[in-house]
Design a protein around this ligand. Structure first.
Ligand code: SF4
Length: 299
């Protein structure tokens, strides 16, 4: 199999077959992000021969495992959905050729990757199996989106996700706790709830900002241009987000950046989640949580 650098996938794609179709990120400018710093290039698409060769290898391996079916493929790289419609079609056709049991194809996507597809193309991609995209929107706070160089606005998130809704392509969000900076966490949480309430994310996954010295954000902090939230403030921010979400969705904080992992279905589990967070806010000290943050050497 061809895999390049660290391979990232959402926790809920643990059962999916990971196929590398891209490596790196076309944007590579978000100030907090160090995810693809281990690559010697910014972005590349895998040659179609490599993708086909990997699918052939998986087909041979699956033959040896009687009864094992592969239902879902997750395309790796920061934003494979940036690939042209024609390339995404060609990849879906290859997957069907070698692994006809596959029912859906997911990947990470940037909001700007959706913009470049027409409504008709999105509908055809859905028919070919593209579904369950994971989008790191991070926040609905325009001030934070701009400062961190995310490359889109909250209005873009709403517009492009409404297009996914129309094409019946489901999507999950990553929310980055603390992206709004010290003193603005709860403002960012409310702004994020406002945009999420206008669209239909299947899941909102919270990750807590963990700042590494090789990030541009670290330099901004050294220059005195930005201040990070305290750890307890991060829990208050998540609390505010959960409190203000009015849509049915799954809320999950499952990655390594979360000292306490939890998930639940909204609105059904709202009370349970809020009381879990209240217990942390009341009983766990800032120092303990900071200790955990320092121990997160790698996401
Ligand atoms: S956060 Fe996502 S879009 Fe931004 S640079 Fe990192 S991988 Fe690329």
């Amino acid at each position: 199999m061809h895999y390049t650098g660290t391979i990232w996938r959402p926790p809920y794609e643990a059962e999916s077959l990971l196929i590398e179709v891209t490596a790196g990120c076309t944007h590579h400018r978000c100030k907090f992000c160090t995810l693809y710093n281990d690559l010697p290039f910014k972005f590349k698409m895998s040659p179609m021969e490599d993708i086909e060769c990997d699918l052939q290898e998986v087909k041979r391996a699956v033959k040896g495992l009687r009864g094992r079916r592969i239902d879902r493929v997750f395309l790796t790289g920061a934003n494979p959905f940036v690939l042209s419609y024609d390339k995404l079609v060609a990849i879906a056709e290859l997957i069907q050729k070698y692994l006809p049991s596959v029912r859906s194809i997911g990947s990470f996507a940037r909001i700007t990757d959706i913009t470049s597809k027409s409504d008709g193309e999105l509908a055809k991609l859905r028919a070919l199996g593209y579904d369950g995209l994971t989008i790191g929107i991070e926040t609905g706070d325009d001030e934070a989106l701009q400062f961190m160089n995310k490359g889109y606005t909250s209005a873009d998130i709403i517009e492009q996700c409404q297009r996914l809704d129309a094409a019946d392509i489901h999507y999950n969000f990553f929310y980055l706790v603390s992206i709004s900076g010290a003193g603005r966490g709860e403002i960012g949480a409310r702004l994020t709830a406002d945009i999420c309430n206008q669209i239909h994310p299947t899941l909102i996954g919270a990750n807590m900002l963990t700042i590494y010295p090789d990030s541009e954000l670290y330099e901004e902090i050294q220059r005195g241009n930005w201040r990070e939230e305290g750890e307890l403030e991060k829990y208050k921010e998540i609390r505010t987000l959960i409190e203000n979400l009015q849509i049915p969705t799954i809320f999950a904080a499952m990655g390594a950046s979360n000292a306490y992992q939890f998930h639940g279905q909204l609105p059904k589990d709202r009370k349970k989640l809020l009381s879990f967070l209240d217990k942390i806010i009341e009983n766990v000290s800032e120092e303990e949580l900071q200790q955990y943050r320092k121990s997160v050497y790698h996401l």
